[in-house]
Design a protein around this ligand. Structure first.
Ligand code: FES
Length: 110
């Protein structure tokens, strides 16, 4: 099991447990986080945008060029932003902290 702590836009901490191999987006949704994930992991919407603390950002496998391109379009993007649909949980990510941004931008609904 991998434990992930979500930090909501209003500062609440919500801990969740997930199996290794689960996608961060699904774990966040199961924990009640308001990530729409409209495109279901096709890297076409950016509504699964999350922000990682810098130390965790450095430990998560790097984003692909396609993910970086989509992140450029996300609202409130930061240097440690990621698309949660592209992060697969492994034992190395046990204890991961993830901040949920306060604004969203659905690229499929303009
Ligand atoms: Fe659409 Fe991640 S769910 S980009």
């Amino acid at each position: 099991m991998v434990t992930v702590t979500f930090i909501t836009a209003d500062g609440r901490r919500v801990a969740a447990q997930a199996d290794e191999g689960a996608r961060l987006l699904e774990v966040a949704q199961a924990a009640g986080m308001p990530l729409e994930g409209t495109c279901e992991g096709q890297m076409a919407c950016s509504t699964c945008h999350v922000i990682l603390p810098p130390d965790w950002f450095a430990r998560v496998p790097r984003a692909s060029d396609d993910e970086d391109d989509m992140l450029d379009l996300a609202a409130g993007v930061t240097r440690t932003s990621r698309l949660s649909c592209q992060i697969v949980l492994t034992g190395a990510l046990d204890g991961l902290e993830v901040r949920i941004p306060g604004e969203f931008h659905d690229m499929q609904r303009r």
